[in-house]
Design a protein around this ligand. Structure first.
Ligand SMILES: [Zn+2]
Length: 152
């Protein structure tokens, strides 16, 4: 996900990357990630994403304080992980679809290496395609308005 709000730019010192060793669980209480992934893959990517797994991340006892990562993609393993706090009845399906769509876009839009040697992942092409998502504006607005509910 993009980190464009001030809050999300603050890295929490205690944060650890999502671990790799947990099992894969795409069925949540409220949402089935696999079903959403497959529908998005057909509708927006001509089923171009093959061999990907999508799973809820591990549930943690404590909510993050300042930094919230809705989703991640690990290209090497072809794994998309979605934060389990999104599996709640008050989260609109179209917002979760946007989160998953964003991660899926990373699989098809290449990173760009900057002169500094750093990699840019949210390139102009990425952002153009992200904005083309039908609920993009609505999802970004919802994210701004509801971010605090995901934090402590
Ligand atoms: Zn991203």
């Amino acid at each position: 996900m993009a980190f464009q709000t001030a809050k999300r730019k603050i890295a929490h010192p205690g944060i650890r990357p999502l671990q790799r060793q947990f099992g894969f669980q795409s069925e949540g209480v409220h949402f089935d990630l696999r079903e959403i992934f497959d529908a998005l893959n057909a509708r927006h990517f001509r089923n171009a994403l093959r061999g990907y797994r999508i799973t809820w991340g591990r549930r943690r006892r404590e909510a993050p304080r300042a930094w919230f990562v809705f989703g991640t993609i690990h290209e090497g393993d072809r794994v998309i992980r979605i934060h389990p706090r999104l599996d709640q009845p008050w989260v609109p399906r179209w917002f979760l679809e946007y989160v998953i769509y964003h991660e899926m876009l990373h699989a098809v839009v290449p990173d760009v290496e900057l002169p500094s040697g750093r990699r840019r992942v949210h390139t102009e092409e990425f952002q153009r395609r992200e904005r083309a998502f039908p609920n993009y504006a609505r999802a970004r607005r919802w994210e701004e308005e509801n971010l605090a509910r995901f934090l402590r």
